[in-house]
Design a binder for this molecule. Structure first.
Ligand code: CDP
Length: 232
């Protein structure tokens, strides 16, 4: 592979398979992988655990903004699975951040400009030396507008809901298709309509509609694009 390391930004709708795709690509090309959504999820878990969400699910934005200096997020490779796990203030929270309780609140948390500013700064630090694949909603538009390779992923809401249902069932979580479908639609709505860094395809991003693509087909697509971008 090329010596000239680049930045790869993968954005797209919830449960479109971005994270699996980004992680597998990073492994194949020997790059670091950062899941930016995991950071928003970790901040959300902090809010839930610290009483910043009231009984009807309303978030105390001011208290969360005041608590931001107390929230430390980092990633460590799990020795057993060899996968990157998300840590919140030194604790492995990888499992907790993937549940429906966090999913239901993460998009309202991700709307808060102060939260975004803090996390974007951290994400940009990870990219300083390049050689990184990052996935999220605003990576190609806000975090790394100069990324050399940008991909925007989509699939129909029904396909995405079925994929997420399978993933959560495999983790032993008891959720219904309807609950997941509703959560996906609601997050899409909030993510695309928020004022700060809404989910948008960057003009120079390549569209990847993966409704009818297998995982190996998707990988071939990404590897071809990577070779194209690094062969100059
Ligand atoms: O469920 P999925 O894996 O698709 O989502 P995620 O990547 O874990 O992100 C969870 C939520 O965090 C999204 O629905 C967005 O509201 C927010 N997010 C964001 O605003 N900006 C990012 N760069 C990444 C995630």
């Amino acid at each position: 592979m090329s010596q000239n390391k680049i930045v790869i930004a993968i954005d797209g709708y919830s449960s479109s398979g971005k994270s699996t795709m980004a992680r597998d690509l990073a492994r194949r090309i020997g790059y670091a992988y950062i899941d930016s959504g995991a950071m928003y999820r970790a901040v959300t878990l902090y809010a839930i655990r610290n009483g910043l969400v009231n009984a009807d699910g309303k978030l105390n934005n001011d208290a969360l903004i005041a608590a931001l200096p107390d929230i430390r997020i980092d990633f460590h490779i799990d020795p057993e699975s060899k996968k990157s796990h998300t840590f919140l203030n030194g604790e492995d929270v990888e499992k907790e951040i993937r549940g429906m309780e966090v999913s239901a609140l993460v998009s309202p948390v991700a709307v808060i400009p102060e939260v975004r500013r803090q996390l974007v700064k951290l994400q940009q630090q990870y990219g300083i030396e390049k050689g990184i694949v990052m996935d999220g909603r605003d990576i190609g538009t806000t975090v790394f507008p100069d990324a050399e390779m940008k991909v925007f992923v989509n699939a129909s809401p029904e396909v995405r809901a079925r994929r997420r249902l399978l993933e959560l069932q495999q983790k032993g979580q008891n959720v219904s298709y309807e609950e997941i479908h509703e959560n996906i639609m609601e997050r899409d709505r909030i993510d695309t309509t928020r004022k700060e860094s809404p989910l948008r395809k960057a003009p120079d991003a390549i569209m990847l509609d993966n409704d009818n693509m297998t995982i190996p087909e998707q990988m071939d697509f990404l590897l071809n694009l990577f070779r194209e971008k690094t062969s100059c």
